[in-house]
Design a protein around this ligand. Structure first.
Ligand SMILES: Nc1nc2c(c(=O)[nH]1)N[C@H]1C(S)=C(S)[C@@H](COP(=O)(O)OP(=O)(O)OC[C@H]3O[C@@H](n4cnc5c(=O)[nH]c(N)nc54)[C@H](O)[C@@H]3O)O[C@H]1N2
Ligand SMILES: Nc1nc2c(c(=O)[nH]1)N[C@H]1C(S)=C(S)[C@@H](COP(=O)(O)OP(=O)(O)OC[C@H]3O[C@@H](n4cnc5c(=O)[nH]c(N)nc54)[C@H](O)[C@@H]3O)O[C@H]1N2
Ligand code: SF4
Ligand SMILES: [Mo]
Length: 677
């Protein structure tokens, strides 16, 4: 803690725990024990003094507004979903929940207690510790990644045996070429976009149908029609082979199955790939030449896997480093996400303790949540924390109906009265990252930072971990690890890094490895063969082709458009839509159309369009811009459905499309009709 000139001003270093590539360093300035402002840490390597616009507004606005925050437990008094609640004590709230859950457990129905959670906060204890409770009681977990990126994890794991070990961004100094494929850091990691990308010393290639601000600054921007990325990868490999840029020695020593891939590569000339993707042939050749020169890096964005063929797209893209040997050397690698266990030696499994799990109920995909809720026997429970399914899950209209069911006992822990919380029987007020100690590790940069308590939570709000400790106690559970205190957990987690939490608080963000690390340097892959699996037995056993396939996804027919609904610059998933200054900037909800698509429908900028399919019909304000290619509409996600006149957001248009792998979301496969009203 640093005392500044003004005797009453102190600042605290903390770390943003949002689900964001940047994991910014934050300086909280306190005056007389209250927060005066939340600003960026000037010494932090990723954000270098600034915070993103959305967090600057939210952390200095709605997140600290006691009138907007949940401050007391609430109990429903009106019909489900109407939002009529009365304040109750923690004792009463926990007693009610304990009674319900214990009743189900005693009846041998623990599996009828569902829990869904994700990355509302990513600080490690608040993100994982509650799973000790759910594992111990044998509840059914809704598989967290199935709403986000599970297909990518599965696809990349077939190739490398591991999907959470990528490249160290610091190795970019040794690189000549970087491909950013299906990521838009201008929104999803704005400081990575502002600092790391411009400092990249070589050729920047962005592969995105949309001309995002990141794509705008690329040396080469390839715009494949969504879902045609695999064909593009094969066209690039064909060009790499033709120009002698494949690394035969690397392929022979470190991969298996190239002979099965090669005939497909030979079939996919850049001209054929151009036809399938819409990317000019010359650009495919130029991108291959830049990547083939090496050393080259490949960043696989999370949106690339959210297509009906997204798992295959990941496998196909991961062939580029496999056939050129661009992995395991400085300035190379393929990065999806960097896990804190795989790249920073933290024992992440200790937090949620899967070993405590009772019973063998398999996890449930978010894609099956709505149907499962409908099909389950009467009298069941749903506990939501760190997640806002009413805003972010597919099949929104019918999911909201399922949440309306009177026999479903729903508990929601959140900071705010979200749409999901409105459907709860009991709402529990959660503390924010400004209000308790924890640790944050970026999933891009190989850093670890402190989350340092700056103030007390408002009212009676509690950190997630304390909520579930108290519930376990109320239920009379005996397992001692359910009650482990934060200080002990932090000590355990930081010990392998040679740190105490007090050290980390003092130092702010640290890199456990002071210098850039070359991940996969030993070229020893945790696949069955120990090599990069171009052909995978494991994939075949799971019912997939042995090698990645080039075929593009069929384009929409009958005048429909493909609807892309990626991250919004002003929202963090569904968070921040209740910040008035953000609402002012983002209202009304829009869809951006290519000029050709707009004029074909008699639409011009500022008109209202009806955007519909079999699931729903929404009215969206039209923007016209060739930043979207013909055939594609772009409508960023993040809005609270309850704030719209029709009570729905873009996720009402998604029937719950599944990707080819992991039973995971394929939300970028949605097709819509767009018409003038
Ligand atoms: N159309 C469309 N839909 C999408 C996506 C898309 O790209 N397009 N992306 C998908 C992806 S990638 C994801 S990850 C999901 C995420 O979807 P959501 O689950 O909606 O994600 P968030 O809004 O980040 O967080 C959920 C809630 O956690 C709360 N929260 C924050 N901190 C805490 C805390 O400390 N404790 C508790 N209990 N709650 C807290 C926030 O207030 C928020 O209401 O959405 C998916 N849905
Ligand atoms: N501001 C902000 N930041 C966020 C989030 C947020 O909601 N807002 N969400 C966070 C979360 S949970 C996640 S998972 C990450 C996601 O962050 P990213 O990995 O960057 O993913 P998105 O922003 O969903 O989409 C990135 C780009 O993929 C493109 N795209 C869509 N389909 C395809 C396709 O088939 N092929 C190709 N090549 N490109 C395609 C979209 O046009 C979009 O520009 O961002 C995190 N950061
Ligand atoms: S959301 Fe991302 S960019 Fe914004 S402050 Fe947090 S870590 Fe930084
Ligand atoms: Mo996500």
């Amino acid at each position: 803690m640093d005392m500044s000139d003004a005797a009453t001003e102190q600042s605290i270093l903390t770390t943003c725990p949002r689900d964001c590539y940047d994991s910014c360093g934050i300086r909280v300035v306190l005056k007389d024990g209250n927060i005066d402002r939340v600003t960026g840490d000037p010494d932090h390597p990723a954000n270098r003094g600034s915070l993103c616009g959305k967090c600057t507004l939210a952390y200095n606005g709605v997140w600290r507004d006691p009138d907007a925050r949940l401050t007391k437990p609430l109990k429903r008094i009106g019909p489900k979903g109407e939002g009529a609640f009365t304040e109750i004590s923690w004792d009463e709230a926990l007693r009610e929940i304990a009674g319900k859950l214990s009743g189900l457990i005693d009846a041998g129905r623990a599996q009828d207690i569902l829990t869904a959670h994700y990355t509302g906060t990513c600080s490690i204890i608040a993100n994982q510790f509650p799973m000790r409770f759910f594992n111990h009681i044998g509840a059914t977990e809704v598989e967290p990644d199935s709403i986000c990126n599970l297909s990518g994890h599965v696809g990349l794991s077939y190739v490398l045996g591991e999907s959470a070990k990528g490249f160290d961004p610091r190795t970019a100094k040794d690189s000549q070429c970087l491909i950013v494929w299906g990521a838009n850091p201008s929104a999803s990691g704005p400081h990575t976009d502002k600092h790391w990308l411009p400092e990249f010393p070589g050729t920047l290639i962005v592969i995105d149908p949309i001309r995002t601000p990141t794509a705008e600054r690329a040396d080469i921007h390839l715009r494949p029609f969504p879902g045609t990325d695999a064909a593009l990868a094969f066209g690039m490999m064909n060009a790499l082979k033709a120009t002698g840029k494949m690394d035969a020695d690397f392929i022979a020593q470190h991969t298996v199955g190239f002979d099965e891939l090669e005939p497909l590569i030979d079939d996919w000339s850049p001209a054929r790939a151009a036809e399938a993707t819409g990317v000019p042939e010359a650009d495919i050749r130029a991108a291959s030449e830049a990547y083939g020169a090496g050393p080259s890096m490949l960043w696989l964005g999370q949106a690339l896997c959210r297509a009906p063929t997204g798992g295959n797209a990941f496998r196909a893209a991961a062939m580029l480093p496999a056939v050129t040997g661009n992995i395991g050397k400085p300035g190379t690698g393929v990065n999806f996400l960097n896990g804190k266990g795989t790249t920073r030696n933290m024992e992440m499994g200790y937090l949620g303790r899967a070993d405590l799990r009772k019973g063998d109920t398999p996890a449930l995909s978010h894609m099956d949540l709505r149907e499962t809720l409908e099909a389950m026997p009467q009298d069941k429970a749903l506990i939501l924390w760190n997640i806002n399914i009413a805003a972010s899950n597919p099949d929104q209209g019918r999911l909201l109906d399922a949440l309306r069911s009177e026999d479903l006992f729903t508990v929601v822990a959140d900071l705010f009265m979200t749409d999901s919380a409105r459907f709860a029987d009991i709402v529990l007020p959660a503390a924010s990252f400004l209000e308790f100690d924890d640790v944050v590790g970026s999933y891009f940069h190989l850093s670890v930072g402190p989350q340092t308590k700056a103030i007390d939570p408002p009212g009676e709000a509690l950190p997630n971990q304390e909520i579930f400790r108290r519930l376990a106690r109320k239920m009379g559970l005996q397992e001692s690890s359910l009650f482990e205190e934060d200080a002990a957990i932090l000590a355990h987690m930081l010990a392998p890094l040679g740190l105490t939490f007090a050290d980390l608080k003092e130092r702010g963000t640290i890199y456990p490895d002071a210098e850039a690390v070359v991940l996969w340097e030993e070229l020893d892959f945790p696949t069955a063969s120990g090599k990069i699996e171009i052909a995978s037995e494991h994939a075949a056993a799971d019912g997939h082709p042995r090698v990645a396939q080039p075929d593009p996804l069929a384009r929409p027919a009958n005048g429909r458009l493909r609807l892309l609904t990626p991250a919004s610059e002003w929202h963090m998933n569904s968070s921040y839509d209740n910040e008035p200054r953000i609402r002012n900037r983002t209202d009304p909800a829009t869809i951006t159309l290519n000029p050709k698509d707009a004029s074909a429908r008699g639409l011009k900028a500022g008109d209202t369009a009806q955007v519909s399919n079999d699931c729903a019909s929404l009215t969206l304000r039209v923007l016209v811009d060739d930043l979207t290619p013909p055939g594609v509409g772009w409508a960023p996600r993040g809005r609270w459905p309850g704030a719209a006149a029709d009570g729905l957001n873009v996720n009402a248009l998604n029937p719950g499309l599944r990707s080819d792998m992991g039973n995971s979301t394929a939300l970028h496969g949605v097709e819509v009709d767009v018409a003038a009203m």
